[in-house]
Design a protein around this ligand. Structure first.
Ligand SMILES: Cc1ncc(COP(=O)(O)O)c(C=O)c1O
Length: 461
């Protein structure tokens, strides 16, 4: 069996598709959980977002194109704010960041987590209040830390002893006292329906809890007194549906909190439990609502704090995927349809692994629909592939499309808001697609398409 980021259910895939994939009763039906909230199929059979047909979007902006349903994104921000009203919700910008999205999440009352100088620059250039920015990263450079301090970011999540020393020196030079959290590696690895709790933590992020580095780091910061230690931070994985991983991580991190209190008579006022909340990529995925998550996380923290006799710290979380993932779909044009007798039908689209690396990188599962029209043809099990020179260039491994799918049709793939444009590449010198935000029937370009001139502009040889 192949390992799969989304769990064992997704792993055993035969030539007839995975066991869970059912032939749809209506191949034109849109499963609501998979699509942005303003997406419908119009009277003409074409998919529309906020009333705007994908045919119009393709005509104006070309394909491939990432289509962002702005009302959907904003409503997900509001859902998290409503579910976590006294906590801080940091949108994890690594999922997807551009200036328009920074403004949207800022207007909706979210904070922002950045993890490089580039993300920080984007956030600042869009006017994100610096005190609402948290800065992550396992190898922040002196230049990045300096910029964060000069901008006055709200908190820095320290990740190594080198970084503590670096930041301490920079803070001394400037006469400032930056607020920091210590990133703790708690020995929990969670992905979808599975989590593993281990005693050791073989990964590059954070300070080891089991090995004692996390306690040493926290005490060092407290003893030196140059940085203001606000709390501990733990992030356990991605695309998580099962809260038991958070339970183990909260227990472990709060035990450390108690250990620090006992050693230095200091109760750290904050706790960040990270992100990683799952979304629906296929009909197999059944994510929790933010309300559900809030209830479960609060209960876990309350119980553990009571057990350790700690005051409940101010909580924060860092969802990326759960906010932007479902708000976007990618619209492609079909270029070729190739039937491999008795094996499979390959539907080639005009993008691929350069705009969505997740299928190749993580063996991720996606869904797709024929978007430019409805069809009365029978469902056909298809594989949606890209135009790149890699046989692993797969966008959607298995999906039922109408048997009459043909060149010139538009195919839409939902759930592509997170880790698609942000991880996009120029493989095979394919320019990266634009991002178009649609609101109230109006489309607005928020990231333009790269051009061949853009590609050649860097090629100065
Ligand atoms: C520290 C941290 N916080 C938050 C996130 C966001 O995760 P997700 O987009 O799965 O919610 C990540 C993702 O890698 C992360 O590393």
């Amino acid at each position: 069996m192949r390992a799969h980021e989304a769990g064992a259910l997704h792993a055993d895939i035969s030539d007839r598709g995975p066991a869970w994939l059912r032939t749809p009763a209506d191949v034109n039906a849109l499963v609501p959980a998979l699509w942005p909230r303003s997406v419908t199929r119009g009277a003409d059979g074409a998919v529309a977002v906020a009333g705007l047909s994908v045919r119009d979007i393709a005509a104006e902006f070309g394909t491939p194109v990432y289509v962002l349903d702005e009302a959907d994104l904003r409503s997900r921000c509001r859902d998290f704010r409503a579910a976590f009203p006294t906590e801080d919700v940091y949108y994890a910008g690594k999922a997807f960041l551009c200036r328009a999205v920074v403004r949207m999440i800022a207007e909706e009352g979210l904070h922002l987590d950045v993890c490089t100088g580039g993300e920080l620059a984007t956030a600042l250039s869009a006017g994100m209040p610096p005190e609402r920015i948290g800065f992550h990263g396992n190898n922040k450079s002196v230049a990045e830390l300096s910029r964060a301090l000069d901008a006055g970011v709200g908190r820095i999540i320290v990740d190594s002893f080198t970084e503590i020393d670096r930041l301490t020196a920079l803070a001394r030079e400037r006469g400032v006292r930056p607020r920091v959290l210590v990133r703790v590696t708690v020995g929990v690895e969670a992905h979808t329906h599975e989590f593993i709790a281990t005693a050791h933590e073989d990964q590059k992020f954070g300070f080891s809890l089991a090995g004692g580095a996390a306690a040493t780091a926290a005490l060092k910061i407290l003893d030196e007194g140059v940085l203001e230690l606000r709390g501990l931070h733990s992030h356990i994985g991605s695309q998580i549906f099962d809260a038991s991983g958070f339970e183990v991580s909260a227990r472990r991190v709060l035990a450390l909190q108690a250990q620090i209190r006992d050693a230095r008579a200091v109760e750290l006022p904050e706790l960040d439990l990270g992100g990683g909340f799952g979304i629906a990529y296929t009909t197999q995925d059944d994510p929790a609502t933010p309300q559900d998550l809030a209830k479960r996380l609060r209960k876990i923290v309350d119980l553990e704090c009571a057990a350790e006799n700690l005051a409940v710290p101010h909580l924060s979380i860092e969802p990326g995927r759960a906010i932007v993932g479902p708000a976007v779909f990618t619209l492609y044009e079909v270029g070729t349809v190739k039937e491999l007798d008795g094996i499979r039908t390959f539907v080639s689209v005009d993008g691929g692994m350069s705009d969505n690396i997740r299928t190749a990188l993580y063996d991720a599962s996606y869904s797709a629909t024929l978007a430019s029209r409805a069809s009365i043809a029978q469902p056909l099990l298809a594989r949606v592939v890209g135009k790149h020179c890699e046989s692993g260039d797969i966008v959607v491994k298995d999906e039922f499309l109408p048997a009459d799918v043909q060149p010139g049709d538009l195919v839409a793939v939902p759930g592509t808001g997170a880790y698609c444009r942000s991880m996009a590449s120029n493989y095979n010198h394919v320019p990266r697609p634009p991002v178009v935000a649609v609101r109230d029937g109006q489309a607005r370009l928020i990231v333009r398409r790269e051009t061949e001139e853009d590609l050649l502009a860097l090629d100065v040889g």
